[in-house]
Each structure stands twice: as structure tokens, then as C-alpha cells.
Design a protein around this ligand. Structure first.
Ligand SMILES: C[S@@+](CC[C@H](N)C(=O)[O-])C[C@H]1O[C@@H](n2cnc3c(N)ncnc32)[C@H](O)[C@@H]1O
Length: 583
């Protein structure tokens, strides 16, 4: 069994080459028209070298019981060819109705390809690989004898034409008492007429099915589980809740069943799902068959949903992974029967849809920008367009003067208000740290012995500088003054503790900020191991705070000045890097 890398964990990251199944790095192949009773075949359009990956054998995953049922159904339905392939543990892939070009690989007793079992993201997959060099134009074949025994082809007359042909397809010669499963009698083989006997393979020529196919193909974890008509079997493969609901609300071809299902779909449509799942949901909306269904989606505020989701994708704009979803969301927007009124009515709590759209017009991705521009041009009047652009410009300059550049300009969260630019993140008083716990609030004043007079350091240490995050320091003089007053009356121990707490909070904020700035896959690895992260933080506190505390004890100040913040930042980055390469 071979194992494919998961780029999230592989040290090579996105550059990892061992991801051919996941990326569908298939060879350039095409369908061969039928020339005899063997039917269609598959040929390569390029020279293949021994060991080259041809493609994955995909189809519906079924169990033996379903296999037995389908075999009878197909035979009784008059099918000439069978497309079952055993995987393991009584499971089979059936590529009869859904699959890719690999289903046209014919059997040969002298094959030029073989099948291999691969583990891809924890799933067992079957890949077809070249056994030898094959020239462009050559037919690709593999020996069915083990893998395709599920078709019970062991008694099917082989027509591979190789000198060493065994005469039948399968691992064993047919027994005298075995039923001959050969679909054609010898006479009908002689009378074989491809035009009459070999109907065009429906799933290739039918646009409808092809659409469904491409929809399902967008799955990486679901490559072989091509939209199960049999939910039970999909469940065997660990179907997610979203997939289950999608199965329920869509037809076998992935089309939404009714207007009632619009709400079901919208209910589960949010950005917390995996990219793959969001992609599946988006595909269903993109494939809405009627205008009335599209209108139903508008009535149920799909624009609001899309805006919130697009805002998240845009927030992650450094991470190119989200671009396809952002583009798709814009495609959905463009596909809806919008009007100026509808657009102007749509809004979220933070901003209206029109302003949000205009914010995407200067997105760094040209495709996103042009899609957004297209929708604006079509649905926004030029006056409104101008007015909103002007507002945005004002908002941007207001923010610039507010000091957004104080923190790293290339990191930070998106402000979510639709201007398409990222605003540097400032520590917030009410910030919830993802797993460090909430920032401690000031402890209650201590009862007991009279307090010693405040140390000069406490006075000399304007609490505004310890308590205020740097970005807000200059903007918050009044509250700083208020805090200073309170600090003067406090126990120095309390002041010290409070200063440390506040300082720690800022350090945490910096770390968190930096962690969020990392590539998604790195952060995921890091966040998964909370214990390790705690150790990192504690180390940081010890290292950075130690000096500050010493300074404070000698009567100096604890200030969260810019240099210190960048020191913490630098240390964090170095540490995260170590962590990343060691994990
Ligand atoms: C996986 S399909 C291959 C594609 C098929 N030829 C078609 O037109 O769709 C397997 C079926 O192709 C036919 N087939 C493949 N290789 C064959 C061979 N060497 N001799 C006779 N029939 C073959 C059999 O009908 C078998 O059930």
C-alpha cells in the first residue's frame, strides 16, 4: 500500500509532489471509439514512462450486497459492459453510472498498466499506473484478473488479441459447471456492430451528467464516493453532515429538489465548514435549475450569507486557497436575478452588500476584482457606484489617520466593513484569546493591612503605557488619565501584578496576531497541539517578562513600547518557525 502526503502536514507543504491523487494530476488520455465487442477503450495522448500515474479509478463505493443487486439489475437491463472493481473489506467501486475516463480501461493479458492501492487522506484509493513505456496513441490496458474479478468476468471471453492471451478474463479458467456470464453469444460477437451495439457512453456525452461529475470531482476526500445513490454506503465511508444534507436536498444529479430545500441549504451554509463542503454547497446553488428557485434564495437572504462568507474568504486573502471560493461566491451572485432594489436592500449588520461589492473591485486577485466589477456595473447605478466609492475612500483615509499602520501592515484582520483592505489589528480590551483563556480582569482590591506607600516606580510608570496597547495609546488620553489616577491609590503589588497581567495580555495578543499571520496549514498544526503552544507562551513570558520585571523591581517602568512589541514579535516568529520545522 502506498501513501499519499497530506500537504497540511508534509514538510514540503503545498509544493509536495506526492499528492497526485488529491490534485488529480492525471495523464492526458482520451476515449477510443469501439472497434469490436470489447467496446470503448482508453488511449494516451502523450508518451508515458514506466511508473507514470495515469488516473484514479473512481466511482460509487458500494458493498457486496449492493453489488449483487446491481449486477442483476445491469444484466437484466441489457448492459454489455461491467465497471465493478473490488477495493477491500467487501467494498467495491462501481463506475457504471458515475466515474471518470478510467472506466474505459479494457483488460489485456499483456497489459501496459497496473492498478495500485493508495492511501489518500485516510481513504483507500485505486490508481492506474503505467507498467511500461507507452507511446502516444497507444491503448491503455490492465489485467482485470484480480481487481476486476468482482465483475465475475472470469468466464468472459477475452478479446485482447495478445499472443499470450489466456482466452478469458479473470484469474481462473471457467469451470464446467459455471454459468457463462459472457453477455454475448459467439454469433452475436460475429455480428457485432459498434454503431448499434455500443451506445455512446452517456456520462461522457451528457452535459448534465458531466456537470454532476465535475461537481463531485471537486471533492478531494470524496473522490471515489461519487454522490451515493445509496446513502448507507456513503455513510460507511464517513459521510459528513453537510454531505448527508446535500444528499437529502438534491437529486441524484446534484440539483436542488424544491424550494423548501432552499432553506435547508441556507441553514447549513456558513464559512465554518471545510472548503470542500462550502464548494459542494456553492455548486448546488450555481446549478439551480429555475428562476423561481433562484428567487427563493434571494428571498431567504442568500446575499447576506454570501457577504459574510466572502468577507471571511477575503480576510484570508493571503491564503490563496480561499480564492476559488471567493470567485465562486461572486459567480453565484452574478447568477442570481438581482436588481438595483434587491442589491440595495441587502445588508449585514456591518455594511450593505453594495459597499461590500465595491470593496472587492480593488481586490488583489484580478479575477475576483473583475467579477465584482461586472456585478457592480450591471446592478449599481453609476451615481450609487460613485457615492459608495467616495465613502470608501473617506473611510480608508480616516483609518489611515487613525494609525492603522502602527501594527504590522501586512498582517492583521480584515475589518469586515467591506472596503477590501486589511486593517492592522489592535489589541482589544475584551479580546478572547483562543486557548489561553480570557484576559484576566483586574483583581479586587485587597483587604487587610494598610498599604505601603506607593513605590515611586509605580508613579513613574504611567499605567497608560502599561495598560494601553500601543496602537491606542495616543488616542485614549482621557481614559489613560483616569486609570493613572486609580493606579496611584493602589497597592504596588497590585500595580505590579496588574502591569504584568496587562503586559502578558499584550504579549499574548502579539503572539496570537503573529500566529494568525502564518500560513493556514502551519497554524493548524500549531493550534492542534495546545500544550506545546502553552509551553511556547510560558517560555516567552519568562524570557521577555523577566527583564521587564527586573527593571520594574529596580524602580524602572514596565512599558509595552514598540521595541518590546517587535522583540516579542521577532521571538514569536523564530519560535513558531522552530516549532514548525521540528513538527
Ligand atoms: C471496465 S469496462 C471497459 C470499457 C468498456 N469497453 C466500454 O465500452 O465501456 C469492462 C468491460 O469491457 C469489456 N472488455 C474489456 N476488456 C475486454 C477484453 N479484453 N475482452 C473482451 N471484453 C472486454 C467487457 O465487456 C467488460 O465487462
Amino acid at each position: 500500500m502506498f501513501v499519499e502526503c497530506d500537504p497540511k502536514w508534509c514538510a514540503c507543504g503545498e509544493q509536495c509532489e506526492n499528492t497526485r491523487f488529491q490534485r488529480r494530476k492525471y495523464a492526458d488520455v482520451s476515449l477510443m471509439p469501439p472497434t469490436g465487442p470489447k467496446g470503448y477503450g482508453l488511449r494516451t495522448n502523450v508518451d508515458l514512462a514506466k511508473g507514470d500515474f495515469v488516473m484514479e479509478y473512481v466511482g460509487e463505493v458500494i458493498d457486496e450486497e449492493e453489488h449483487a443487486r446491481r449486477k442483476v439489475e445491469y444484466r437484466e437491463g441489457g448492459r454489455r459492459h461491467f465497471y465493478f472493481m473490488s477495493i477491500a473489506n467487501g467494498e467495491l467501486i462501481d463506475a457504471t453510472k458515475k466515474g471518470n475516463l478510467s472506466r474505459f480501461l479494457n483488460h489485456s493479458c499483456e497489459p501496459n498498466c497496473e492498478t495500485q492501492k493508495w492511501q489518500v487522506n485516510g481513504e483507500l484509493c485505486i490508481g492506474v499506473f503505467a507498467l511500461k513505456d507507452v507511446k502516444a496513441g497507444g491503448e491503455l490496458t490492465f489485467d482485470y484478473h484480480f481487481e476486476n474479478d468482482a465483475q465475475q468476468t472470469s468466464t468472459l471471453k477475452c478479446l485482447c488479441g495478445e499472443p499470450n492471451c489466456r482466452g478469458f478474463i479473470g484469474s481462473k479458467a471457467p469451470q464446467a459447471n459455471q454459468v457463462n456470464l459472457e453477455p454475448e453469444s459467439s454469433s452475436s460477437l460475429t455480428n457485432y456492430n459498434p454503431a448499434r451495439d455500443e451506445p455512446a457512453p452517456e456520462f461522457i456525452v451528457s452535459k448534465h451528467v458531466e456537470d454532476e461529475f465535475s461537481h463531485i470531482q471537486s471533492s478531494s476526500s470524496n473522490r471515489r464516493r461519487l454522490s451515493s445513490s445509496t446513502k448507507v454506503h456513503a455513510a460507511v465511508r464517513g459521510q459528513t453532515e453537510v454531505e448527508r444534507i446535500l444528499d437529502e436536498v438534491t437529486t441524484r444529479t446534484g440539483v436542488l429538489k424544491s424550494e423548501d430545500n432552499a432553506l435547508d441549504l441556507l441553514r447549513i451554509m456558513h464559512s465554518n465548514h471545510s472548503q470542500f463542503e462550502i464548494g459542494l454547497m456553492f455548486d448546488v446553488v450555481l446549478r439551480l435549475p429555475t428562476r423561481s428557485l433562484r428567487e427563493a434564495f434571494i428571498r431567504h437572504n442568500i446575499l447576506g450569507k454570501l457577504q459574510v462568507m466572502m468577507n471571511r474568504f477575503r480576510t484570508e486573502e493571503d491564503d490563496k486557497k480561499y480564492l476559488p471560493l471567493l470567485r465562486k461566491a461572486l459567480d453565484i451572485t452574478a447568477s442570481l436575478p438581482l436588481s438595483k432594489e434587491r442589491i440595495s436592500k441587502a445588508k449585514t449588520a456591518k455594511c450593505d452588500f453594495a459597499t461590500f461589492l465595491i470593496g472587492l473591485v480593488d481586490h488583489t486577485d484580478a479575477m475576483v476584482a473583475s467579477k465584482a466589477q461586472g456585478i457592480c456595473d450591471k446592478h449599481l447605478s453609476s451615481e450609487l457606484h460613485k457615492e459608495l466609492s467616495k465613502k470608501q475612500e473617506q473611510e480608508r483615509s480616516r483609518r489611515a489617520s487613525y494609525g492603522e499602520k502602527r501594527w504590522s501592515s501586512n498582517d492583521g484582520n480584515n475589518n469586515g466593513d467591506g472596503n477590501g483592505k486589511k486593517r492592522a489589528k489592535r489589541p482589544r480590551e475584551d479580546y478572547n484569546y483562543p486557548f489561553f483563556g480570557n484576559r484576566p480582569g483586574p483583581p479586587p482590591p485587597r483587604p487587610g493591612p494598610p498599604r505601603p506607600p506607593p513605590r515611586p516606580a509605580a508613579d513613574a510608570n504611567p499605567p497608560a503605557s502599561t495598560s494601553n496597547p500601543p496602537a491606542s495609546a495616543s488616542n485614549d488620553k482621557a481614559s489613560a488619565h483616569k486609570r493613572t489616577k486609580n493606579f496611584k491609590d493602589m497597592d504596588p503589588n497590585y500595580v505590579w501584578k496588574d502591569a504584568c497581567d496587562r503586559f502578558k495580555a499584550v504579549v499574548r495578543e502579539v503572539i496570537d496576531h503573529r500566529v494568525k499571520g502564518l500560513a493556514k496549514h502551519k497554524v493548524k498544526a500549531l493550534y492542534k497541539d495546545k500544550k506545546k503552544m502553552e509551553t511556547i507562551i510560558n517560555k516567552l513570558f519568562r524570557r521577555v517578562l523577566e527583564k521587564e520585571v527586573q527593571k520594574f523591581e529596580k524602580g524602572g517602568k514596565i512599558t509595552v513600547h514598540k521595541d518590546l512589541v517587535s522583540k516579542v514579535d521577532k521571538y514569536t516568529r523564530a519560535h513558531l518557525k522552530n516549532y514548525d520545522s521540528s513538527s
